[in-house]
Design a protein around this ligand. Structure first.
Ligand code: FE2
Length: 389
């Protein structure tokens, strides 16, 4: 083996509490972090599902004064973060609980930073721009998808530039991630599909990433295996607690993979589409995922062959190329099982936007594009959008 193939290994994760019913620990954990005033950052869907009420009941018993910001948007804008920050500073919150999908959790992360450091949110967007840890955060996912509860990312919609902006910093890691699969039981099938698809794409893109390490690849292949096996079951029967448990675990593993390896081109191509059409993030990524994978497969046949094995394909008698093609086939089947939109025609995207979107991706998403096994050009991206129509 060449010395250059021996990669350095690093891993940054928050403390994790994972399991059925662990949400009951929340009060004790807040006390041990020494907070008397907490704010729960969440959205109306979480409130409507009764999850917020359950969490507030737990907090009531343990005593901290609690305020709620339940106005997190589906794809939160930077203005939405400012709004939550204003309410959190008026209530002198000492700890932020992010409760919900990736949107609520990402808003919670940045509110915690703004409370401690002030400043302008836009200055913190980009790689390692956050000046230090925020006030303490406890992040509690109610979906199994983004992995944001364990990740160092916070992604927002920049309405003016019509694209997504991300802050990436180890300072955004939670003080504690509380992952209780019971909180995901009320997700409707379409949300199970879009969030689960996001987790699957994190695992696959992270596995294939230039920045991957032996440690992240271990987590990534395991996440691919778990999500491939359990997402159809969670989609078919939302009350299947075993499938929900596995999906919460798989998406958390995939979130850890993101911290090390990062995502790549399906995410890059999704950002202008998601910003213009406001589709759920997982749907946005899935709209071009299968075509991006066709571009990637021939660039790394050995890795695609291992992806096939993680999805249950017996590759022993296959050539590397046959195994890679089988991996693509299993991905296509998974997408069909969960009935998720995976063609740009499904959202009636204006074909005239293909060229400007491709240019926007190359201009704004180099961090993601250069992390794939094959770096896509404007022409490649136009082709992928066309074939995804
Ligand atoms: Fe994602």
């Amino acid at each position: 083996m060449m010395i250059s193939a021996l990669k350095n290994i690093s891993l940054a994760v928050p403390e994790i509490l994972f399991g059925l019913g662990v949400i009951g620990e929340l009060g004790n954990r807040i006390r041990s972090l020494g907070a008397d005033r907490v704010m729960v950052v969440t959205d109306e869907g979480v409130a409507a599902a009764g999850i917020l009420k359950r969490v507030l009941g737990i907090l009531e018993k343990s005593g901290p004064a609690c305020t709620v910001f339940d106005k997190v948007e589906k794809e939160p804008s930077t203005e939405n973060v400012e709004h939550a920050f204003k309410e959190a500073s008026e209530s002198s919150s000492q700890l932020i609980i992010g409760l919900g999908g990736g949107s609520s959790i990402d808003v919670a992360k940045m509110v915690a930073v703004l409370l401690r450091h002030g400043g302008n949110l836009l200055d913190y967007m980009g790689l390692d721009k956050v000046p230090g840890r925020g006030i303490p955060t406890i992040l509690v996912p109610t979906t199994a998808g983004t992995g944001s509860e364990v990740s160092k990312y916070a992604i927002f919609d920049n309405r003016k530039a019509k694209t997504k902006l991300g802050a990436v910093s180890n300072y955004l890691l939670a003080d504690l991630a509380v992952v209780d699969p019971e909180l995901t039981l009320s997700m409707p099938p379409a949300v199970t599909a879009s969030t689960g698809a996001d987790a699957f794409i994190h695992a696959v893109e992270g596995y294939l990433a230039v920045k991957s390490s032996p440690l992240s690849e271990l987590f990534a292949l395991e996440a691919v295996r778990i999500i491939y096996e359990n997402l159809p079951a969670a989609f078919a029967d939302g009350q299947n607690i075993r499938a929900r448990y596995q999906m919460a675990y798989g998406s958390m593993l995939a979130g850890i993979v993101l911290n090390v390896a990062g995502a790549s081109s399906s995410h890059a191509l999704a950002y202008p589409v998601g910003s213009e059409y406001h589709v759920p993030h997982g749907v946005g990524c899935m709209l071009t995922f299968l075509e991006v994978m066709k571009y990637f497969a021939m660039a790394d046949l050995p890795k695609f062959s291992r992806l096939a094995r993680a999805m249950g394909v017996k590759t022993e008698t296959m050539s590397l190329r046959q195994a890679a093609e089988q991996a693509l086939e299993e991905m296509r089947k998974l997408v069909e099982y969960i009935e998720i939109p995976h063609k740009l025609s499904a959202i009636k995207m204006d074909r005239n936007l293909i060229e400007p979107f491709a240019r926007s991706v190359v201009a704004n998403q180099q961090r993601l594009l250069t992390n794939g096994p094959r770096v896509l050009t404007v022409k490649d991206i136009q082709n992928i959008y066309e074939r995804s129509y």
